[in-house]
Design a protein around this ligand. Structure first.
Ligand code: TPP
Ligand code: MG
Length: 406
């Protein structure tokens, strides 16, 4: 993990736990050396010189993080299976499987309960289901929403790319590549103007680098010292192109650092590393120390959109993608990343740290799987929305007063 922030608060380490975590990580990194080389990734030194906050977390919090990862994973798998097997299913998604530890680690460091003017806010992307679940949305109503059901989270006409639930601070998905960081940093400006200690977070992919919004957002966030966290989920590809086609830096964080922003590059498959980075960023933002840029190196197991190349009951998509111009990533690369699975890594941490017995952790996965299955059963039994519902909230209702000039 690299922290380019020179003036970070004094570091505190628990040598026993952090060196144990380091050994564990290096072992894993060694096992996946081929994957790292194949995907042009660098090996990360676990914990680096950022605080190891996870050592202070109660067991319940760590278990909760593991459970969140499982919820996201089984939401994705169940939805992918619906798309592959159920011809009545109308929903779709840009699947987040493989990236679960990023949303989970970041949201675990945020304030997610309380009144709207006190909780932290998350702005998402076109790949929103993981962010939504990690922030705490109700899964059955999200499932209903994604299948255009009237009782869904947003009345059934938001579908995947416009889901939102302000009650938990999930401001919403965003179908456009570019604007979300601008909007999220504007929100951070409002928080600062109100004297609130809230934090605004945006999740954005590597594809955002080439948009002008990336650069103007970081510049303004630094100039105004906003309570803003930019989480760059670098999953190597935007649609079907490797990020090296649009970004000259190996670490996108290099560009963020040039705007004078503290940056952290983190292994996005390890929820503890992500949490540590996010805690550092949240603490800095709440203390008035301004923005942080976190780049999480990660990977998506399914294709860019939907489930082409996937097989029902099996995780991940391999081989030729009929939606792509050409088969855009090597099958071995997918399999190598799947060897460093965020579910397995989180489970091993819990077992290694004595937080949970392995069998209990495996049983929990079965429980979550059943919970998600029930969420789909409920969601897909709900009434569909009407086509005209799509016009709701588009036009003002009632009489609009004439505009006054001068
Ligand atoms: C302004 C704009 N241009 C193009 C698109 C089409 N598009 C949807 S997702 C995507 C790639 C995004 O890649 P990245 O930011 O890396 O996120 P990822 O899909 O990898 O999560 C593109 C180009 C869009 N939604 N908005
Ligand atoms: Mg990407």
């Amino acid at each position: 993990m690299k922290d380019t922030h020179d003036t970070a608060p004094e570091r505190q380490h628990d040598d026993t736990l952090s060196s144990k975590a380091r050994r564990r990580f290096l072992k894993l990194a060694g096992l996946t050396g081929a994957a790292v080389a194949a995907s042009r990734q660098v090996a990360f030194a676990a914990q680096g010189d950022i605080n190891f906050f996870a050592k202070d977390l109660p067991d319940e919090k760590l278990i909760d993080m593991y459970r969140t990862i499982l919820k996201i994973r089984w939401h994705e798998r169940t939805q992918a299976d619906e798309m592959l097997t159920n011809t009545e299913y109308r929903g779709y998604n840009h699947f987040y499987a493989g990236q679960e530890a990023v949303a989970t680690g970041v949201c675990a460091a945020l304030r997610n309960d309380g009144p709207f003017d006190q909780i932290d806010l998350v702005y998402s992307s076109h790949r929103p289901s993981g962010h939504a679940i990690a922030k705490g949305v109700d899964i059955p109503t999200m499932v209903a929403e994604m299948d255009f059901r009237a009782t869904g989270m947003n009345g059934g006409y938001a579908a995947e790319m416009h889901i939102s639930d302000p009650s938990v601070g999930f401001i919403g998905a965003d179908g456009m590549i570019g604007p979300a960081p601008v909007i999220a940093s504007g929100s951070a400006f409002a928080m600062r103007a109100r004297g609130s200690d809230q934090v605004s977070v945006v999740f954005a992919g590597d594809g955002n680098y080439a948009a002008p919004h990336f650069h103007s957002t970081l510049n303004n966030a630094r100039l105004l010292d906003l309570p803003f966290i930019y989480v760059c989920e670098n999953n190597l590809y935007h649609q079907y192109a490797h990020y090296s086609y649009s970004c000259p830096h190996e670490d996108i964080a290099t560009a963020a650092a040039s705007y004078g922003i503290p940056t952290i590059v983190v292994d996005g498959q390890d929820v503890v590393q992500v949490y540590n980075a996010a805690r550092e960023a949240v603490d800095r933002a709440r203390a008035g120390g301004g923005p942080t840029f976190i780049e999480a190196k990660t990977y998506r197991y399914y294709n860019h959109w939907g489930a082409p190349g996937a097989e029902a009951g099996k995780l991940g998509a391999f081989g030729y993608d009929p939606l792509a111009i050409t088969s855009f990533r090597p099958e071995r690369e997918v399999r190598a990343w799947m060897q460093r699975d965020p579910v397995e890594i989180a489970r091993n941490i819990l077992v290694d740290w004595g937080v949970m017995e392995r069998q209990a952790a495996l049983d929990m996965e079965e429980e979550v799987k059943a919970e998600i299955k029930a969420a789909f059963e409920w969601g897909l039994s709900q009434p569909l929305c009407n086509p005209e519902d799509g016009l709701k909230h588009v036009f003002a209702e009632g009489t609009v007063p004439p505009r006054q000039f001068g």
